[in-house]
Write a protein that binds this ligand. Structure first.
Ligand code: BGC
Length: 746
């Protein structure tokens, strides 16, 4: 390992160390910076894609690549002539191959670069070790949030780091902190759902899991809060298309997750590729410098998203050419450009500095942040990967955590006549639907491939719903059926299970759609199932809510499984058999119809007694945010509040008793909402302010508490971000229990 002392000796021996002030000598970042040429500095600000350092032919078959082969000569050119400081990306290949590739990359860089600054390598391990054969794959964020237990987000980050830091993956492009407001959006499943507080809590736990992982020592890994900010609510629902978000809404709904992650020390931020209110975020100085740096106090590295400086010219048309685009982005506050295919960025940025349009001080500001990041991560001490701990990749204990996450993330939505769990003596199940015996629909995008279209990429031993059910229900025949065979096969069956939802995996633009309706052939299959007269259970695997109102009422049971990952089918089977008692609650509002686009925390005027809307419109939610059944029952009672009049600096203690009145052990997530009755800026009808999950034995009662702090829980931001706390009445609710109190300012 190259120690930092050795590193500085090498630098000294080159005779290139320029004299520095004693203060600079004590600060390794300043010391190094003072030795760098302009080209070297700009190189540190440059990030290139993996394909640029492999054979030319890889570009055409990149998504099906199974082995990385480094083209050392290409890398030497980037290192020697352009001083490139960062590379990114990958696909599911074996750990040995990752090791060999990154080892070659870092060693070539150390040999050929003048200052021997290690490369920082970034990978999209967004739900576990996404791009690593044999690694642990967790449920996507939309599921993690449904567990209402942030430990699972922490563990996802931590285990991913344990499995991938040794490979030289020092920078994880996770977590996504975008708010899941727009259900059409092709990245909906990457979000923690529609609630700002849930997103903030889960996002920060994920960041902590990545950045505080001791088990990866000597390596440290940076998280990346993405995509700053307002990416997830494009008007059309299509990826990277324009969003119009008023400043007040941006601050109230989209900002808290980033604010919390920054307060927790997230080391990097990736920028939103789209535009908000007419200005592409990559060119928005008010957002990238004013909001991100000055107001939120972010001191880490801001990286562009894919191609996004070029996009200022070619997609947004706010710059005449790439050089102007480079000016706009650097001036706005970008530190590193994910170029990602060429060194054009280096050329244009150098010209801009030489012309005096960008000062070298501005360059130094970014390079300082990048060098500090590399030093903080210990890259100078440990630039090379290692291959002596690969047994930790996909370890049984890691998969167990992913399985537990999947178990707690699956939501039992409907259970008429207790159709679930299945009776122990059941003889035959007919299982139908496009997702019954496939792996892709359990995992979605960012799994081994960008958008895997075939099960060939997945582990051979990964169960599908069919194989998991067959294993779980040893004494029951599970028979697969299609539309043409369903009615015959169901004659002697006890139940029909329909595995429906989204059939393909998609990521980013691939996920842009114009129709959320369940496809016709799936509806036809469901109708065929209803004709059999047998109980029908609908099992949904999907990354966003496909509209099921044509069939939902006729199903006896509905399970929303989302994208539960590699262990998901096992978890589904255990819930169906009853070996696991479901405890997931929806992390978003499942719309009744396509036009029902409002979230649970909508404004009061969506439904007004003054202008009542039709009953159909009022049924905007098929499954409410926070809804989820269990095989036991939880009764809420005896809500108390420490005072009915509250002053600004006091804390109101709220308590509720929850009793398990059924006959099974179960876990219950208690969600506390606040409603502000009258305010100067219209308030959501209710807002989640606190949640807590606990296990209760049959007959057991537990007290859950929530301490309301007026400034934290009752205030809201105005369009400048200033907090308003207004006198008046509030209602606190949990389950069906409510209490009203008055906030007095004097
Ligand atoms: C995505 C990012 C991702 C990056 C690198 C972009 O297209 O928007 O989320 O981290 O690519 O793969």
């Amino acid at each position: 390992m190259l120690s930092r002392t050795l590193f500085f000796l090498i630098v000294l021996s080159t005779g290139l160390l320029v004299s520095c002030s004693s203060e600079q000598n004590n600060d390794p970042v300043e010391n190094l910076l003072s030795q760098m040429t302009l080209e070297e500095k700009i190189g540190q600000m440059t990030q290139l894609n993996i394909t640029t350092i492999m054979s030319d032919s890889i570009q055409e078959h990149y998504d099906s690549v199974t082995t990385f082969v480094l083209d050392t000569n290409k890398l030497i050119d980037f290192v020697k002539n352009h001083h490139v400081g960062s590379f990114l990306n990958g696909r599911g290949v074996d750990p040995e191959n990752w090791f060999e590739y990154i080892n070659g990359l870092q060693r070539t860089n150390m040999k050929h670069s003048r200052l021997k600054i290690p490369i920082i390598y970034g990978v999209d391990h967004v739900h576990g070790s996404s791009y690593l054969n044999g690694g642990t794959i967790f449920p996507h964020n939309i599921n993690l949030a449904a567990t209402f237990d942030t430990t699972f987000a922490y563990e996802t980050g931590k285990i991913t780091v344990i499995e991938t830091a040794d490979l030289g993956h020092s920078w994880l492009f996770a977590p996504v902190l975008d708010l899941g407001r727009n259900k059409f959006w092709g990245r909906y499943y990457e979000t923690f759902g529609e609630d700002p507080m849930v997103t903030a809590e889960f996002g920060t736990a994920f960041v902590n899991g990545i950045q505080n992982c001791q088990e990866a020592a000597p390596y440290k890994v940076a998280a990346c809060a993405k995509h700053f900010i307002g990416y997830s609510d494009p008007k059309s629902g299509w990826d990277r298309s324009p969003a119009e978000i008023p400043d007040q809404a941006l601050r109230e709904f989209f900002l808290p997750a980033f604010q919390k992650a920054i307060n927790a020390g997230v080391k990097t931020v990736m920028i939103n590729s789209g535009e908000i209110n007419g200005i592409p975020v990559h060119a928005n100085k008010e957002i990238l410098t004013g909001l991100l740096r000055k107001e939120l106090g972010f001191e880490g590295v801001a990286v562009t998203d894919w191609l996004d400086i070029i996009a200022l010219e070619k997609m947004h048309f706010v710059a005449e050419n790439e050089k102007e685009a480079t000016f706009l982005a650097i001036d706005a506050g970008i530190d590193m450009s994910m170029v990602p295919y060429s060194t054009s960025f280096c050329k244009y940025l150098k010209e801009l500095v030489e012309e005096g349009r960008i000062s070298e001080e501005r360059i130094d500001q970014s390079v300082r942040r990048i060098l500090k990041l590399k030093m903080d991560l210990g890259l100078f001490d440990n630039p090379y990967p290692r291959n002596d701990r690969f047994e930790r990749i996909g370890a049984e204990e890691h998969k167990k955590v992913a399985l537990n996450a999947a178990r707690e993330s699956i939501v039992l939505v409907k259970n008429e006549k207790n159709v679930l769990p299945l009776q122990k003596d059941i003889k035959k199940i007919v299982l139908a639907g496009p997702n019954a015996d496939r792996k892709v629909p359990l995992c979605g995008g960012w799994t081994y491939r960008f958008a895997p279209q075939s099960d060939i990429w997945f582990p051979k031993d990964m169960p599908t719903i069919y194989s998991a059910l067959t294993k779980e229900l040893e004494n029951t025949t599970v028979e697969l059926a299609e539309l043409s065979t369903l009615s015959n096969k169901a004659v002697d069956a006890d139940v029909v299970i329909l595995a429906l939802g989204e059939e393909t995996a998609y990521a980013e633009t691939d996920g842009s759609i114009d129709d959320l309706e369940l496809p016709e052939h799936q509806i036809a299959l469901a109708k065929e199932a209803f004709m059999t007269g047998k109980p029908v259970i609908l099992l949904l695997t999907e990354g966003r809510p496909l509209i099921i109102h044509k069939i939902a009422d006729r199903c006896d049971g509905i399970i929303f499984a989302g994208l539960p990952g590699n262990e998901g089918a096992t978890a589904i089977a255990e819930i169906i058999s009853g070996n696991i008692n479901p405890s997931g609650k929806m992390s978003f509002t499942y719309p009744w119809k396509q036009g029902h686009v409002i979230p649970y925390n909508h404004k009061r005027s969506e439904f007004s007694e003054l202008r009542p809307v039709s009953e159909d419109l009022q049924r905007y939610s098929l499954i409410d945010f926070g809804q989820g059944l269990s095989y036991t029952n939880f009764e809420y009672s005896d809500i108390t509040i420490s005072d009915t009049v509250v002053s600004v600096n006091s804390t109101v203690k709220c308590q509720v008793t929850v009793t398990n009145t059924g006959n099974r052990v179960g876990k219950e997530s208690v969600l506390w909402f606040v409603s502000d009755e009258v305010a100067s800026i219209t308030r959501p009808i209710k807002e989640l302010k606190h949640f807590e999950k606990q296990q209760l034995k049959p007959g057991e009662s537990k007290t859950f508490t929530f301490a309301v702090n007026p400034w934290k829980h009752l205030s809201f931001p105005d369009k400048h971000g200033d907090k308003r706390l207004e006198e008046g009445y509030f209602t606190i609710s949990t389950g069906e229990q409510t209490k009203r109190f008055k906030l007095e300012l004097q």
